[in-house]
Design a protein around this ligand. Structure first.
Ligand code: GLU
Length: 278
């Protein structure tokens, strides 16, 4: 049997902070526990936000932290054909439709009270599915009802824990409505490329933050539609700052580079993030 495969998949749209360090160290710990290989994947599909100098900074931070990966790094921007092929397969199944709704049009068309997805955002009201879309398609959406009917079975995946426990979890992709799978300016999406890449790279165990737990249900649906294997998933806690807010690039959380400049060492960071990590 081939060894387990794990991956850390940062997006180079900002600097790495302690939350990323925690995530990569969880991946490292689980790869070690399972005797698996750890891959690095750069999720840079968004050309407006991802920059090569941020990727270089991420690689530098990871080297400094002392995490070792398999030598080959996959950069999503170099594999758009793989995502296009997956999109075409879904289209050939009749599961996609073009959408010309702007954010404000979606807001205006939402029911009162609006239905919201597990992340609290508006669920698309289906305007372009129900009526002919306008001339300028901004996005390609998955027809969720059709996709679920095509699967024709309840969807589930296996969640694994650091203590070795595994439990079966029911996936509820319907809570997300007709999700966007590609945009005019980016012919793919996070959901589509993550599913395609995890399969292409043979990822068997995904360790990611709790903030992606609910979205995993969409991934399980796409895997079923595309005939791809579903990895096991683990969701780790999110590191919070002193005000108990989730650390995010958008807020002013200290970057690893700032901590390094202030004299912190990789051992201090590892200790700070948990005794298992030293
Ligand atoms: N690229 C995603 C992020 O930086 C994580 C991908 C994943 O774990 O699926 O949040």
């Amino acid at each position: 049997m081939s060894p387990p495969v794990l991956r850390f998949a940062p997006s180079p749209n900002g600097r790495l902070h302690l939350g990323h360090a925690y995530s990569v160290l969880q991946n490292e710990a689980e790869a070690r526990r399972l005797g698996g290989r750890l891959l690095l994947r750069i999720e840079d599909i968004d050309p407006t936000r991802c920059r090569p100098e941020l990727e270089a900074a991420i690689l530098k931070d990871l080297r400094w932290l002392g995490v070792t990966f398999e030598p080959e790094v996959r950069r999503q921007s170099e594999h758009m054909d793989d995502y296009r092929a997956a999109l075409l397969r879904l289209d050939a199944m009749g599961l996609l439709y073009p959408c010309s709704c702007s954010r404000s049009a979606i807001k205006a068309a939402a029911a009162d009270p609006p239905s919201r997805n597990p992340d609290g955002a508006l669920v698309y009201p289906g305007t372009c599915r129900l009526n002919a879309p306008g001339p300028d398609a901004l996005a390609t959406r998955l027809d969720m009802a059709k996709a679920l009917a095509r699967c024709g079975r309840d969807l589930s995946y296996r969640r694994f824990w650091p203590d070795g426990r595994v439990e079966e979890v029911t996936a509820r992709p319907e809570l997300w409505g007709d999700v966007v799978l590609a945009r005019k300016e980016t012919p793919t999406s996070y959901h589509l490329s993550v599913v395609v890449d995890d399969a292409l790279q043979g990822v068997s165990h995904v360790v990611r933050g709790q903030d992606l737990e609910a979205q995993t249900d969409i991934h399980v649906l796409l895997q079923a539609l595309l005939g791809l294997p579903t990895p096991l998933y683990q969701f780790h806690a999110l590191i919070r700052d002193d005000r108990d807010e989730k650390l995010a690039k958008s807020r002013n959380s200290p970057a690893l580079a700032d901590l390094r400049a202030a004299g912190e060492t990789p051992a201090m960071i590892r200790r700070r993030l948990g005794p298992d990590q030293v």
